[in-house]
Design a protein around this ligand. Structure first.
Ligand code: VGL
Ligand code: ZN
Length: 189
């Protein structure tokens, strides 16, 4: 059994002060770093919300979001306090005509390794259990967890390592309940 960790969209625009800042988002950094430090051999995967400026994902073209994580902007950068040294990065949300790309499983490698998807690499690495953290609980974390379960992974949601947008109060808790119902296990450390 190989355990890997998936860091979902830990990008500046989702942290407080960012274009789509999540309350208390900074709190995810320490538990995620601690998990990686305690599991030095575990592979680390990170998704990156990576939007073109004129995408249907944004309000100006009929989506529900203010512009965020636009390719090449500072808001799209990873939080520098999070240890990304071992992370392989998967870009998603890159199709301007599609308000999709919520799930890390829609992501493809950002380097020149031939459009490998997250799923390709998880299989290649023999990962069977995926620990999941990042932002935001009620959108990209949830979509990624649901896809991971669908693909047959054992999923541990690292509760201190996630925070929610909460467009409606309670959205984060509802999302966690859905993930648990679908088979995710909530872990506290
Ligand atoms: C996300 C809203 C829009 C997320 C991405 O990473 O959870 N949320 N785009
Ligand atoms: Zn987005």
């Amino acid at each position: 059994m190989t355990v890997g960790i998936l860091l979902v969209d830990p990008q500046l625009d989702f942290f407080p002060g960012g274009a789509l800042g999540v309350d208390d988002g900074f709190a995810i950094v320490a538990p995620l770093n601690a998990w990686m430090r305690l599991n030095p051999l575990a592979p680390v995967y990170a998704s990156r919300d990576w939007h073109p400026a004129g995408t249907r994902h944004f309000k100006a073209r009929g989506g529900i979001w203010p512009p965020h994580c636009v390719q090449g902007t500072s808001g799209a950068e990873f939080h520098s306090d999070l240890d990304m040294t071992r992370a392989r990065i998967y870009d998603k949300g890159t199709n301007p005509e599609d308000d999709g790309g919520y799930s890390a499983f829609d992501g493809v490698r950002s380097d020149a390794s031939g459009a490998r998807t997250l799923l390709d690499d998880l299989k290649h690495d023999g990962v069977t259990t995926l620990v999941v953290g990042g932002l935001a609980t009620d959108y990209c974390v949830k979509a990624s967890v649901m896809d991971a379960l669908k693909h047959g992974f054992t999923v541990q949601l690292l509760r201190p390592g996630v925070r929610a947008v909460n467009l409606q109060p309670g959205d984060g808790d509802t999302a966690i309940a859905h993930m648990v119902q679908a088979g995710a296990v909530v872990v506290d450390a």
